[in-house]
Design a protein around this ligand. Structure first.
Ligand code: ME8
Length: 519
């Protein structure tokens, strides 16, 4: 495998990014960065979803044009991802001319081949979902189950997509590829939803929704959000109905498309049907992650508990995002819900990144300076059973990433750190030095430093700044591909001087955390 294409959902720009959005982008970026360590050509796409009634109404209420609102908020997403060191390859905006043009062509093609037809429609539309709801989507009071609001009664002429035509193929695909939906327990949910699917409305009358992409040759209709939004994954690569770009041919199909569990239906049913209709290969996997709650409560504007990644970074005075990246990436087992709380954040990153991992390196290098003036002597270089543990950890981490189990992979790194700490405690190099068993002492330090090279590579996708600082003190090349790691990275001779030793991660200050709680 030499290419690896991964995507995130594209976020609605009706506000600033919150920690739930950040969770998804961090998860995807950790996966992407891990695969930069394995393939020569990885590509990560993220983006913003800019059309639809929600944006139109919000802009109206603010007395501005929708495009102005989109420009302001799209920038907030781009800024947030930059601050979190999410080094995506591309951020697509659905208001871009290239995207709009391709979506129009896709729509036209589907009309021409009979997959899209016009029909009059009466239904209940939820602006929150940007979708028509059926009885199953409503509670006893007739409100949307997700948004708790009464949907709007809409009666209009719409274009419809023949979803039912693809029903059986989708069912077969999901059944024949049990690892298509990750985690696999969600596949049953989708199969149940498929039981009752109907053709879906894919346009809105311009009199009701004007902020969207016009249907070509039918100025009264705009393309309704999902065809517009879902197409981003291919329009970004330069897909074209007649003449797809080289970039599209190179990167598509995606290895994994990361989305929240709330939009799995749109991706595992609508998206697959759309690709089938266009005769395009299907993505290899859909990773449906769970939801992030705040102090165990659902995040919502009305509850006033919306946490932004900026507010966490500011309240803890974080110059680098590694701690937040690590915390979010390990917030939940694969596909399950997770939680953010200030206390837990502080506790976890202090324990894992400062006390266990950072201190281990710092203490070891300090002892090397104290006892050997920072020098690795040839007699220190000996094989250790701990090397086998490190090789095993690389294998296990790779294995978890093959299944997009980001949090589970981190657990393996933590275990390797713990084992190495235990090795130090068991062998007590300070006692060996006191007893003047200098070679034995040097062997212990050398062994730990070799393992730290592996740990820096493994932690890199989660904590790129910390990993780079670790590697630089170890004179280790952080760009080493995982398959090329041999446990012989520490060279004999002078490794480090006292002045060069820097802590890779400073404990989060408890006062700052308490302050942020009171905010
Ligand atoms: O659904 N925890 O946009 P969106 C975890 N534009 N993830 C969360 C979350 C939370 N609390 N809140 C939101 C849309 N997300 C569409 C997608 S894709 C072609 C179109 C996730 O801004 C959510 O599950 O409502 C989704 O994957 C992403 O953030 C964007 O949500």
């Amino acid at each position: 495998m030499d290419k690896f294409y991964t995507t995130t959902a594209i976020d609605y720009v009706n506000g600033a990014p919150h920690i739930g959005h950040a969770y998804e982008k961090i998860l995807t970026n950790v996966i992407y960065r891990h695969f930069t360590q394995r393939v020569s050509d990885p590509y990560m796409l993220t983006g913003v979803d800019e059309h639809g009634i929600k944006i139109q109404k919000l802009a109206q209420s603010m007395g501005i044009e929708p495009k102005e609102l989109c420009d302001t908020n799209a920038q907030k997403f781009a800024d947030a991802w930059k601050r979190l060191d999410i080094n995506y390859s591309q951020l697509i905006r659905t208001t871009s001319e290239e995207h709009k043009k391709t979506v129009q062509k896709i729509f036209k093609k589907l009309i021409e081949q009979g997959d899209i037809y016009k029909n009059s429609y009466k239904g209940l539309y939820c602006a929150g979902c940007e979708a028509f709801l059926s009885d199953k989507d409503l509670d006893e009071e007739g409100c949307c189950l997700i948004h708790k609001k009464k949907p709007e009664e809409v009666s209009e002429e719409n274009y419809f997509f023949k979803l039912t035509k693809y029903k059986q193929r989708i069912i077969d695909h999901i059944k024949q590829n049990p690892d298509f939906i990750v985690p696999s327990f969600r596949a049953n949910e989708v199969l149940n939803q498929l039981e009752n699917i109907e053709d879906i409305s894919v346009s809105r009358a311009k009199t009701n929704v004007s902020w969207g992409i016009d249907v070509l040759d039918d100025p009264e209709q705009v393309i309704y959000v999902w065809i517009d939004a879902l197409s981003n994954y291919i329009t970004a690569l330069g897909y074209d109905t007649e003449n797809p770009s080289e970039k599209f041919k190179k990167y598509w199909p995606a290895e994994v498309q990361v989305i929240g569990k709330d939009i799995l239906k749109f991706h595992s049913i609508y998206w697959l049907a759309l690709l089938m209709a266009l005769d395009i290969e299907l993505p290899k996997h859909l990773l449906a992650h769970g939801w992030i709650t705040i102090d165990e409560a659902k995040m919502s504007k009305s509850l006033g508990n919306v946490v932004s990644p900026d507010s966490v970074m500011d309240s803890f005075n974080l110059e680098e995002p590694d701690a937040l990246r690590y915390y979010m990436a390990t917030a939940a087992p694969c596909g399950k819900d997770g939680n953010y709380s200030d206390d837990d954040f502080k506790e976890k990153v202090n324990a894992h990144l400062a006390n266990s991992m950072g201190n281990l390196l710092n203490r070891t290098l300090s002892m090397l300076v104290k006892y050997f003036d920072g020098e690795i002597k040839p007699e220190f270089v000996q094989k250790s059973p701990l090397f086998d543990d490190a090789i095993q950890a690389i294998k296990e981490v790779k294995h978890h990433f093959d299944y997009f189990e980001v949090s589970e992979a981190a657990q393996k790194i933590v275990e390797l750190v713990d084992k190495t700490n235990k090795y130090v405690t068991d062998n007590a190099p300070w006692t060996l030095a006191k007893e003047e068993k200098m070679t034995e002492c040097g062997v212990v330090l050398y062994t730990v430093l070799e393992i730290m090279c592996v740990i820096s590579s493994l932690i890199y996708p989660y904590c790129p700044n910390i990993a780079t600082k670790m590697a630089s003190q170890l004179k280790y090349d952080i760009n080493t591909k995982l398959d090329d790691i041999k446990i012989e990275n520490i060279k004999t001779g002078k490794l480090i001087s006292k002045e060069e030793i820097v802590p890779v991660f400073l404990r989060l200050d408890s006062e700052l955390a308490d302050k942020s709680k009171k905010k």
